[in-house]
Design a protein around this ligand. Structure first.
Ligand code: HEC
Length: 438
């Protein structure tokens, strides 16, 4: 060790400072970290789920301390990948950590991840039964006609299963939820889509025909998605989605083998408005998607753009980036009729998560008629992308998982000019809320 005149002295000073700081802010697992893990992590990280490890106890969490620090700092965990530096930040399904929570975890790890006083440990968290309907008892429950069996050791699989629920009449949906009824430990997530009789031969509705390509294998229009901990969707009173007679439901499952052969099945529950009732706001989903993608081998940060014109004033309800293995990030921008441009949302993209970001009621963009929604998709076709099966391949647009896409799924409803005026005025009356109304 270096022994200069100030050597020993400065060591003493540092030790003193460190000790007094530690005394005030000694961060321990039982007192500080366990409550965060309970609130934000354990819904997935507990025995019997598809997550790689349990984080219920100190003994279970301690070996992962370094990895936990890295994942929370990168905001990879919990899986909420919205860019916190641009765009709207208020979402109704936000599961991210606050900056303070991240700081607590990082300090805990940097200080050697101490356990602390066992008496500080909060009582174990209780988890909701995964098979309860949070939307109320459904009027219609749709199951897979037969179980999908996941072999003990299989690569991840993404089957698409089209189910005909035999709908004889048009109904407006008030609530929608998916619950896993068999094979919970292997279900990473599920997306469902509405496939109307005409959709089987044409594309899920581009509003202005900028694209028009058929997404076979990813048929239909996004309905809802399931991941552990996600609650059902209940649309605000007076709004709902139309599901027409003869509509089929496409289930896309992401299944992840658990080391044990596992039969899997799920239930999609729908609650309806009373027969004959037409909600004031009819919610639709569609994509703002690129028509062309050209990824050269070993190339990062390839950008593709898509556009969609709104023909009436609209309220944008949610944004779900959708790409394949080489997706990296996606943004959604509004180009207003005045020419003004506003970034609404940007999110990093990881192929194993398909997160639908649902805007908070007070922040859902109010977009005037003529607004152009602009999706910006970024792909990474290099080996640095761990989901990339072959960085030497040339990749173009296509429906198969080995091809690429760049779609922003959006849910929205149109409204009259009069209602738009009312909603924008009501929005202006709410202080300090990010408003995109122009
Ligand atoms: C919605 C479910 C979910 C939530 C919530 C969640 N995780 Fe995870 N976590 C996963 C899954 C699944 C993986 C496996 C990798 C993947 O699929 O992204 C994972 C991976 C990890 C890893 C990497 C493990 C490895 O194999 O290297 C760490 C560390 C981690 N999570 C920590 C956390 C922490 C800390 C929290 C809370 C602050 C959290 N996770 C919240 C599902 C979740």
């Amino acid at each position: 060790m270096k022994s200069g005149v100030f050597g020993p002295l400065s060591i003493v000073v540092i030790t003193l400072v460190a000790t007094s700081a530690m005394a005030q802010t000694q961060i321990t697992f039982t007192k500080d970290v366990a409550p965060i893990l309970q609130e934000r992590c354990q819904v997935c990280h507990r025995p019997g789920t598809f997550a790689p490890m349990s984080l219920l106890t100190y003994e279970e969490a301690r070996p992962w301390a370094k990895s936990i620090k890295e994942k929370v700092l990168m905001r990879e965990m919990p899986p909420w990948h919205i860019d916190k530096n641009v765009g709207i930040q208020r979402f109704s399904n936000d599961i991210s950590l606050s900056d303070e929570e991240i700081a607590v975890i990082v300090k805990w790890v940097d200080n050697g991840a101490p356990k602390g006083n066992p008496a500080d440990m909060p009582p174990a968290r209780k988890f909701e039964d995964k098979e309860t309907w949070q939307i109320g008892q459904p009027d219609l429950i749709i199951n897979l006609p037969k179980d999908v069996v996941v072999r003990a050791n299989a690569p991840d699989q993404w089957p698409d299963i089209l189910v005909d629920p035999g709908l004889k009449e048009d109904r407006y949906v008030k609530g929608v939820q998916i619950i896993p009824i068999k094979g919970f430990p292997v279900i990473h997530h599920i997306r469902t889509s509405i496939v109307e009789p005409t959709d089987e031969t044409r594309n899920s509705g581009q509003l202005d025909g900028t694209d028009g390509a058929l997404e076979v294998g990813e048929q239909g229009v996004f309905l809802n998605e399931y991941a552990i901990g996600k609650k059902g969707d209940v649309f605000p009173e007076g709004s709902g989605r139309l599901i027409k007679a003869g509509t089929k439901i496409n289930f896309q499952l992401h299944l992840h083998a658990s080391g044990q052969e596992t039969p899997t099945n799920v239930a999609l529950g729908l609650t309806f408005y009373p027969k004959g009732y037409v909600p004031k706001h009819v919610i639709s989903s569609t994509t703002v998607s690129v028509a062309k993608i050209d990824l050269r081998p070993n190339t990062a940060n390839v950008r593709s753009d898509g556009y969609l014109t709104l023909l009436k004033p609209a309220r944008l309800l949610s944004f779900q980036p959708h790409m394949h293995n080489r997706g990296k990030a996606e943004c959604l921008e509004a180009i207003y009729p005045t020419g003004k441009v506003e970034m609404l949302s940007c999110a990093k993209f990881y192929f194993n998560w398909h997160i639908n970001y649902v805007y908070h009621d007070d922040a859902a963009p109010l977009l005037p008629s003529g607004t152009v929604l602009h999706s910006i998709s970024w792909h990474d076709n290099t080996a640095a992308n761990k989901f990339n099966p072959d960085p030497d391949a040339q990749i173009t647009w296509g429906q198969r998982t080995v091809d690429e896409m760049g779609s922003a799924w959006i849910s929205w409803y149109y409204m009259s000019e009069q209602d738009f005026k009312k909603e924008t005025e009501a929005r202006r009356a709410v202080p300090q809320v990010l408003s995109s109304a122009r």
